[in-house]
Design a protein around this ligand. Structure first.
Ligand SMILES: O=C(O)c1cc(=O)[nH]c(=O)n1[C@@H]1O[C@H](COP(=O)(O)O)[C@@H](O)[C@H]1O
Length: 273
């Protein structure tokens, strides 16, 4: 999906919500366990219930890989089920030497037709640039992650005075631009979003960490929204596991709608729509 199409979808849906499909057999509503393919059934019902309120879906690959070949089949069928106007992110957090990265890119962009993949930048330029040879596909580089361990390296100062996450943003601007790179900045890191925006004013940011991890959507918007919105805010557990009864999909839809309505207000407040 192109940047123009993504922005158009955000304006049409009045939403910058990404629903995370971190689908775990252990957390599924019990009645689904009787169906032939519980995870696929769960995903389909979640997608049906949330598709009017979001612009993106983010299957976290670990949840599918962990099931072996059957997990990859469920992943493929899930992607096929997602409506074509949605931005689909492979949350795979890959990163390797160039020829291996190229194979990861083929896997997620060609074999599975994702729009974007999350990539760890630690191995540098030649580990990231192989993802750029694909039309309308995106790299989402980890910059300032939402987890507590994110503080171990990402905020350390380098000899040039910059923090490591700032260096990731600066350096990666030499590799791509706002048409093919997004950055992960956790909602729990809203305090550094202004620093992020000073370096990458135009790029989209993937912001996980609202809901279950406690990040504030308002703070994210105040510090990170730009004139094209520039944000995809993810919630996984807060939506998909909001209820574990037979009403789980309905409740997931309600949770997604609540976030969409808050987002619509911000999009209006910041004159994006
Ligand atoms: O790349 C990500 O999506 C990601 C980066 C990050 O810094 N923190 C983070 O939580 N994530 C992912 O975002 C999702 C967050 O899930 P919830 O906390 O359940 O909303 C999970 O799939 C995480 O793997």
């Amino acid at each position: 999906m192109t940047r123009e199409d993504l922005i158009a979808e955000i304006k049409t849906k009045k939403s910058f919500l990404c629903v995370g499909l971190d689908s775990d057999l252990k957390r599924l509503p019990k009645h689904l366990l009787k169906t032939e393919n519980p995870i696929l059934e769960f995903n389909k019902q979640i997608i049906e219930a949330t598709k009017d309120y979001c612009v993106a879906y983010k299957p976290n690959i670990a949840f599918y890989e962990s099931m072996g070949p059957e997990g990859w089949r469920v992943l493929e069928e899930t992607i096929q089920y997602i409506p074509s106007n949605k931005f689909i992110i492979a949350d795979a957090k890959r990163g390797d030497i160039g020829n291996t990265s190229k194979m990861y890119a083929k896997t997620f962009f060609e074999t599975y037709n994702f729009d974007a993949i999350t990539v760890a930048p630690y191995m540098g330029e030649d580990s990231v640039t192989p993802y750029f040879g694909f039309d309308s596909k995106w790299v989402i580089l980890l910059a300032a992650t939402s987890n507590s361990g994110g503080l171990d390296f990402q905020y350390k100062s380098l000899t040039n005075g910059k923090m490591l996450f700032e260096e990731v943003l600066e350096k990666s601007k030499e590799w791509g631009d706002s048409r093919n790179i997004m950055y992960v900045v956790g909602a729990t890191r809203a305090d550094i979003l202004q620093k992020v925006r000073a370096i990458v004013p135009d790029n989209f940011l993937l912001v996980p960490g609202v809901g279950a991890q406690g990040g504030s959507l308002r703070k994210v918007v105040e510090n990170g929204m730009n004139s094209a919105c520039g944000l995809l805010v993810n919630s996984s557990r807060g939506i998909i596991y909001a209820d574990d009864s037979e009403r789980f999909a309905e409740v997931a839809g309600e949770k997604a709608k609540e976030l969409q309505q808050e987002m619509e207000n911000y999009l209006k407040e910041y004159s994006v729509i």
